[in-house]
Ligand binder design. Structure first.
Ligand SMILES: [Mg+2]
Length: 455
């Protein structure tokens, strides 16, 4: 263990945007053209160590996120790392307290910005301990784990003492799962790369076949733009992938509740495990109703990538609205709040299948899913793998030849982006955004809105 205790002395915030819309990456029924973007925070210390954390956006608005981070980040300048990590649950509570809370407590832009700030602390902590983040957390005692959680609003469902009991029950078998993690057998991957809406049949076939060769057995496809075209595309995928493949569809909040039920009933014969984000992410009772209505048809319901906080997950679980908890590593309030949602999900026995469809998210979520398997649920789940932009990261996510995520080994939370990416894609100074194409894209205030909806 490192003995130094870094003090945070300054920070930098940068707006990084990759023009992913040019390749249809991330296209879905509600987001036809998105740029994977990070509002990127680095805390500098009086040692050689720095801590990196970021918020994710779909391009437009990333400057707003950067401004929110610049507003919050000064709170931790001057602090010794140990003064923040000795009670991380309390540190989280401090970060969401004060005047800023009026802006919308624990949700929205400020929640995303707080996530960046606290993830930078987690990254610094793991780097200081010279461990990958997942290992830092898995080495916690149950008491230390629970101390990282702000239990405010959760104690009607799970208390710190109950959390400790739950974690203790798994301690005896933890070393087995730790070994599996070290052998890259902790987190099976599922594939979304073949499922973006912009691909032709030939592209889909090629992407599916190469994914199957890599060991993938689970595939998720965007859907919702028309029953006939969905049926045709999903049947084609079923034909290429075979009967044993597990298929999921994602409609990104497209429907009203009854519409979701009617539409999905019509696809029941295609044997779909779950429909993701069938309706508004805020509609907890709506999700519950869709799940009940689709259960007889063998179709489950998943959501979470736009669920703002632990309280909403608590209610989704209480309302029996979910077959998969799709928490997002950078929408919840950092590792702190994720640990609380892992505990809640384990209590209700619902698998955690994190959302990781954007740049850098697989890097972060491979830590989260490993923590869930080794220390919290004790069960293998699956984690999304998309194959874009890994080369941009200093500790890129990888998969094994038998379809597992490679367990991270580099100290930290795998947040660091390679410096050369900023030369090209920092917005607006990077060479791409200074090009004519880049300037034209940035000048359009309706980015991502189809032409027919602009007037
Ligand atoms: Mg999704």
């Amino acid at each position: 263990m490192a003995t130094e205790d870094p003090t945070i002395v300054s920070f930098t915030v940068r707006d990084l945007r990759w023009p992913t819309s040019l390749k249809n990456i991330g296209s879905d029924p509600m987001n036809l053209a998105g740029e994977n973007a990070l509002a990127y925070l680095q805390y500098h210390t009086d040692t050689e160590l720095s801590g990196t954390g970021w918020s994710f956006s779909n391009g437009q608005g990333n400057d707003v996120l950067c401004t929110a981070i610049r507003s919050l980040a000064p709170r931790l300048v001057g602090r010794k790392l140990s003064s923040l990590t000795s009670n991380m649950g309390e540190t989280q509570r401090q970060m969401v307290s004060g005047q800023i809370r009026f802006m919308s407590p624990e949700r929205g832009v400020l929640q995303l910005a707080t996530c960046a700030v606290l993830n930078a602390i987690w990254d610094l902590w793991a780097k200081k301990e010279r461990k990958p983040l997942w290992r830092l957390v898995c080495d916690f005692s149950p008491e230390e784990f629970v101390r990282c959680i702000d239990f405010r609003y959760l104690t009607d469902v799970v208390t710190p003492d109950e959390g400790i009991e739950m974690l203790k029950r798994l301690e005896g078998s933890k070393s087995e799962r730790l070994r599996a993690a070290l052998e890259n057998q902790a987190v099976p991957a599922y594939n979304t790369s073949a499922g973006w809406l912009g691909h032709s049949d030939d592209e889909i076939r090629e992407l599916l076949q190469s994914a199957m060769l890599q060991g993938f057995k689970h595939f998720k496809l965007k859907a919702g733009l028309g029953l006939q075209s969905d049926r045709k595309r999903l049947s084609f995928v079923r034909e290429v992938a075979g009967d044993s493949a597990v298929l999921m569809v994602d409609v990104n909040q497209l429907w009203d509740v009854d519409e979701a039920i009617d539409y999905m009933k019509n696809l029941a014969d295609l044997n779909i495990w779950f429909v993701e984000e069938p309706t508004s992410p805020d509609d907890i009772l709506g999700h519950s109703r869709i799940r009940k209505a689709l259960k007889p048809y063998g179709i489950g319901v998943a959501t979470g990538e736009h669920v703002n906080n632990r309280v909403m997950f608590k209610q989704l679980l209480q309302a029996e609205a979910l077959d998969a908890v799709q928490l997002d590593a950078v929408r919840l309030c950092s590792v702190n709040e994720i640990l609380s949602v892992l505990l809640l999900s384990a209590k209700f026995g619902i698998p955690v299948v994190p959302h990781s469809g954007g740049a850098g998210m697989v890097e972060l979520c491979s830590h989260i899913s490993t923590i869930d398997f080794v220390a919290v649920s004790g069960k293998k789940s699956i984690l999304e793998y998309t194959d874009h932009l890994h080369e941009a990261f200093a500790a890129p996510a990888q998969i094994t030849q038998d379809g597992y995520h490679v367990t991270p080994t580099v100290p930290g939370y795998s947040c660091d982006v390679n410096e050369q990416e900023f030369e090209v894609y920092e917005c607006p100074a990077g060479s791409f955004w200074q090009s004519e194409q880049g300037r034209t894209m940035l000048a359009d205030p309706w980015r991502g809105v189809p032409n027919q909806q602009r007037s």
